[in-house]
Write a protein that binds this ligand. Sequence first.
Ligand code: UGA
Length: 434
Amino acid sequence: MKITIIGTGYVGLVTGTCLAETGNDVICVDNNVEKVASMQNGIIPFYEPGLESMFKRNIEQGRLTFTSDLAHGVNESLIIFLALPTPPAEDGSADLSYVIKVSEGIGVCMNDYKIIVNKSTVPVGTTELVRKTIRKYTDTEFDVVSNPEFLREGVAINDFMKPNRIVVGTRSEYAKKVFRELYEPYMRQSDKMIVMDERSAEITKYAANAFLAAKISFMNEISGICEKLGANIEDVRKGIGTDDRIGKQFLYAGIGYGGSCFPKDVLALNKIASDNDCEHEMVESIIKINQAQRKKFVNRIKSFFRGDLAGKTITLWGLSFKPETDDIREAPSIYIIDELSAAGARVVGYDPVAGPFIKSMFGDRVSIADDQYEALTDADALILVTEWSCFRNPNFDTIAGKLKSKVIFDGRNQYDLIKMSELGFNYFSVGRRS
Ligand code: UGA
């Protein structure tokens, strides 16, 4: 099939590459001319495990091409995916200016029947808005479909190639038929397609992310109860996760969720509910607990140093919002660096891939080390922020030798309490006795 993807951000490029991988001809459109030129030369704009080789292979085989020419992208393909940014506005609502601008452009240059697909997470009613916007500029027939994306950064290829489900919001029988054909290679073992109306598809995406965020906030709240009552959140997690109705995943207490999706989407759902006079106490609580969790973590560090961080060196292990990505959007590390450096601490960070992004955000307020152990030289404490696998089983003798004092704040409960105590560390984690 001939497919065009408009927007080569994270979702757009993963979608385009994975669609090319199964034999489709994919044109990726982006208005950033320099980015297009570098992608044409096989340079991928972000880190995602397994994507680079797939990306290069499909470019070499001529199935994945790039252009800044919107009209070319629209005219060549039957299916046009919108994978555009919808950044949060001040009030938490999603900014749809990119979606509207591109819809106008599609309407102006459309020459034949097209299926326009919303892949980005968009407010309820956006499919309708896209339809109306395009209609202003053309009499040609077209369908607009909501097809939300559920992939996770770090395992995006696997999530796309072997999806749990494919949600398709459309009432058009023809679009349903085309989508079944398009996604057939990704659901060989069983039918994963769930077809519904556009609005339900749009809400499904928000509900999925808010539900997952709720699991995390719930566990973070329980972790506070565990701490106060002398219990261990890790045991509680195992104790409840074995119940199939609860499930083992997304039950890890920590420093709160981050990333480009959960914080933005839960805020947007909160705004949608409030604008439409719907009860949304639960959604509000998810946000409140998440903010409180990271604050509590930093307060514990501050109170350990009796509020005096001036002249102290603090090392952060892990800067990206989660492992296996260089994405620092809404990463807890940003809040922690901000708070500690404002309190006068010298902050050193190490991350397998995200260091340069934190450096360009904080400049002189942070030093980035090239090595996880070098980062600890003469530090007053180590803070484990992101659970990259290189931090799971580190050499504690080296850590002890490098640190000025043996203090670890573990935001991800990676280390064994008894072992830490035997090694003589002052060890603080989340929802467990220290
Ligand atoms: C999330 C969803 O998981 C995807 O299904 C969705 O498609 C995507 O958002 C999106 O809307 O595009 P992602 O943001 O890549 O994917 O990251 P997750 O793996 O979901 O992690 C989100 C945050 O939750 C991270 O900060 C992580 O550290 C935190 N988390 C996750 C916990 O604190 N505890 C857990 O048990 C799980």
